[in-house]
Design a protein around this ligand. Structure first.
Ligand code: R5P
Length: 294
């Protein structure tokens, strides 16, 4: 087995290689003056199970092309199997047709990766399990929520109230609750499919004077977290934190969330950001070790 350090996740790949003791392989990458992507594996992969670590946060399309090119290069150079470790899986939110005339984006991505040579995929907190069903090869999602919750527990925030911004994220706060040992609940969120605007309805929770943590899979523009934090503050929460697996933090998301009264945002290094305080390396390493020995 060899770990290919995808340009989008070089640091994470290096940590995984260190924790697993699996040989790492650097990648040369560049962008041509016209915007095209160039990739070259800098090592021998003959007869190896090649694990490519490459996230697909913005710019998603470039990173997906890099991933496809790395998979193709691995197979062309004799790799026996390619497993893509994609901590943040782009396009997983478009896993079905919401409005007539749309595409199922994740299905197209899945087929593209398959044609490029990917044989299996490991991701983290995929937005919907349905997205994984679109892959023509085994695709699995690990969860970083216990690691995020442990981060808060270690800092003394056990018994904190874990809030999901919508019912769909309830499984996330149930996982957090197992570590934190407090209560959990969810709000009701609606997104306008045309404008993308989010509306979060207020709900009554008994959290006066308590610490509350809003958990979500992704923070993109921050609108969801801002709405949830405002509600928690109105309900009298003493401290509000925001936690997510994938801190995309588009534009001034971080500033907006903090301005809404959030003490701190905690994310993972699935996406490199100023709030990536929890590393996915132990989680992914454990999975790769099991793969290697199994
Ligand atoms: C969507 O339902 C996801 O779970 C997140 O809630 C969403 O992507 C967050 O987006 P934003 O930060 O733009 O509100």
């Amino acid at each position: 087995m060899k770990i290919v350090l995808g340009p989008a996740s070089k640091e994470l790949g290096e940590k995984i290689a260190e924790l697993t003791g699996i040989e790492k392989m650097p990648v040369a990458s560049k962008t041509f003056p016209d915007g095209e992507t160039y990739i070259r594996l800098e090592g021998n992969v003959q007869d190896d199970h090649v694990v490519i670590v490459q996230t697909t946060s913005p710019p998603q399309d470039t990173k997906l092309m890099q991933l496809a090119f790395m998979a193709d290069a691995a197979k062309r150079n004799g790799g026996s199997k390619v497993t893509a470790v994609v901590p943040y899986l782009a396009y997983a939110r478009q896993d079905k047709i919401f409005l007539q005339g749309e595409t199922i984006s994740i299905e197209t991505i899945a087929h593209m990766l398959s044609v490029a040579g990917v044989d299996a995929l490991i991701t983290v907190n995929v937005h919907s399990a349905n997205a994984l069903a679109k892959f023509p090869f085994p695709a699995k999602s690990l969860t970083a929520i216990p690691l995020l919750a442990e981060h808060f527990a270690k800092r003394g925030f056990t018994k904190a109230f874990a809030l999901a911004p919508d019912k769909g994220a309830m499984h996330i706060v149930e996982e957090a609750k197992k570590v934190l040992g407090g209560e959990c609940g969810h709000l009701e969120k609606q997104r306008d499919r045309y404008t993308g605007q989010v509306k979060v309805a207020k709900k009554a929770f008994d959290i006066k004077g308590e610490t509350a943590i809003v958990f979500d899979d992704i923070i993109s523009t921050g609108s969801t977290m801002v709405s949830a934090a405002k509600i928690l503050k109105e309900l009298g929460a003493r401290k509000v934190f925001a936690a997510c697996a994938h801190p995309l933090l588009i534009g001034d998301a971080e500033k907006r969330i903090l301005n809404a009264g959030v003490e701190e945002i905690v994310g993972t290094d699935s996406v490199f950001s100023s709030v990536s305080k929890v590393s996915l390396a132990p989680l992914i390493s454990k999975e790769l070790k099991a793969l290697k020995s199994g």
